[in-house]
Design a protein around this ligand. Structure first.
Ligand code: UN1
Length: 503
């Protein structure tokens, strides 16, 4: 039976003004959920509701908020299989990956439940006698969180969990094509005992969201925006936030390079390229964009990669496959556009490009009526190619060569993103020179570009974001604001800079 879902504001269902059908990308005829889409006014009203709820939530002590986070973690863990199955059904993510994604929520809760008992401030020495200085972390207030659907539950949890732990209320706007997964996650969070209105979920399209957000910013009911999505939309979010003197947390696209040195373990590198280039059908922000391989091992590496790809399975995401379908028709349309451009320009070395149909010529690939695409390796990509410079968000990997490490680093930095990166080498000095030279938030050595762990800083430079970092203790700076306090108990007016005692 098709699910009917709507936004939830202040603990109550909020009817939509329009309906969106979220479909299974592996079987396009299956509607997973009919989603009531809210308008701008509902979005703004949710922010007002959150504002009221936040005042009370902030009075709950941080250790007790930590216990709520612990209970969210347990609920998610107890329902991991059903949530993962829904993610697989709604966005076509292979089940094993979907289960890993759910695990990432639990990891995030594990980290932050303890933070409720830390959330440290500092005591700081003063210039003057009989004066004490302190710092405190205060909640920011209301956070609106706008997330993509490629990680429909884990990435939202990177915002929701720390934001709630820090004493904020949240208005969450998930991607509509992953609405059922988001709604299921919302219900698990709500079942933890969070007071009504502290977490609200609003389903709305882009224009209504922007209009609602602008209204809320004008009314002063939003204090922080978290956004994960494309660099293009991120720029608009940044502009809107900037006009209201806010600095959002932006996690945007990537064109993540993998450098392969002549001393690399090539089989390991192939495994890494396969996973990060074609796993999740290339739809992670950390997916591999271009392999930059030393000219002496180029042929060997490419041949091994193509062989591995031939042996891989693309198909029903409920099975043990390397990749399932693309997330949604709109991503397929955009990806088609790349494929059309690539055909006449490039030497595709891994077989046919384009949609996989039931009558696919390649063994191991099944099409059905889903958004399945042939994985593509394109050799000889030039540094001024679109394919070299732009994020494709599909199962396509470019290959290019280099002769010196500094040339490889220059190539790796060239697209101007800066999220994830990787180098395969057995020489530590190459690894450290790469780390120093690459402008990326994340660097892997002998591991793929994907698969960051939930307690390390996650985020990028350049077109990948505005320098903000999520995860671990670093994200606390997104959801709290430092406040300093000085307490003078000398009984006289001591003037900073002017009454400093000399020795
Ligand atoms: C994303 O695609 O938005 O590092 C996040 C990874 C995952 C998260 C990806 N843990 O690949």
């Amino acid at each position: 039976m098709t699910r009917q879902i709507v936004s939830v504001v202040g603990g109550k269902d909020a009817a939509g003004s329009d309906t969106y059908a979220s479909v299974n990308p592996a079987r396009l005829g299956d509607v997973v959920a009919r989603v009531g889409m809210a308008d701008a006014d509902t979005f703004a009203a949710a922010c007002r509701t959150a504002r009221d709820a936040q005042r009370e939530w902030a009075k709950v002590s941080a250790p007790v908020r930590g216990r709520v986070i612990a209970s969210i973690g347990r609920l998610v863990e107890d329902n991991a299989e059903s949530l993962a199955a829904l993610v697989t059904e709604e966005i076509g993510k292979p089940y094993a990956e979907a289960l890993g994604e759910v695990r990432e929520i639990v990891d995030t809760c594990d980290f932050f439940l303890g933070e409720g008992r830390r959330l440290y401030g500092q005591t700081v020495p003063s210039e003057m006698p009989d004066k004490n200085l302190f710092t405190f972390r205060n909640p920011v207030g209301v956070a609106t969180v706008i997330t993509a659907g490629n990680f429909p539950v884990a990435v939202p949890s990177w915002y929701l969990v720390p934001a709630l732990l820090c004493g904020n209320a949240v208005v969450w706007k998930p991607a509509e094509y992953a609405a059922a997964s988001a709604h299921a996650m919302y219900r698990l969070f709500a079942a933890s005992g969070l007071p009504d209105g502290v977490l609200n979920v609003v389903f709305a399209d882009g224009p209504q969201t922007f209009a609602g957000l602008e209204q809320a910013l004008t009314e002063g009911t939003v204090d922080k925006i978290g956004f994960t999505g494309s660099s293009e939309v991120g720029r608009k979010v940044g502009e809107l936030a900037g006009r209201h003197l806010q600095s959002p947390c932006l996690e945007l696209g990537g064109k993540n390079p993998m450098v392969i040195m002549p001393d690399a373990d090539l089989d390991l590198a192939v495994e890494g390229a396969l996973f990060s280039g074609f796993g999740t059908a290339g739809q992670r922000c950390t997916s591999l964009g271009t392999v930059i391989v030393h000219e002496s091992v180029h042929e060997d590496f490419t041949a091994r990669l193509v062989r591995a790809l031939d042996a891989a399975r693309v198909g029903d995401p409920r099975e043990d496959v390397l990749a399932g379908p693309l997330l949604d028709q709109k991503f397929a349309d955009r990806y088609e556009e790349y494929l059309t451009w690539i055909q006449p320009h490039h030497r595709v070395v891994s077989g046919p490009t384009g949609r996989i149909t039931a009558g696919s010529p390649r063994a191991g690939f099944t099409g059905d009526d889903g958004l399945y695409y042939h994985p593509v390796v394109v050799d000889g990509v030039r540094p001024d190619d679109r394919l070299f410079l732009e994020e494709t968000f599909g199962p396509i990997v470019g290959v290019t060569t280099f002769s010196t490490l500094s040339e490889a680093i220059e190539l790796a930095n060239r697209p101007g993103y800066g999220l994830s990166s990787s180098i395969y080498t057995t020489d530590a000095k190459h690894a450290f020179a790469f780390r120093e030279g690459i402008s990326a938030g994340m660097v892997s050595v002998n591991n793929s570009t994907s698969g960051a762990e939930a307690h390390l800083p996650f985020g990028g430079n350049g077109k990948s974001g505005n320098g903000s970092r999520q995860s671990g203790m670093w994200v606390l700076d997104q959801f709290t604001r430092w406040q300093s306090m000085n307490w003078d108990h000398s009984g006289r007016l001591q003037k900073a800079q002017m009454d400093v005692a000399e020795i």
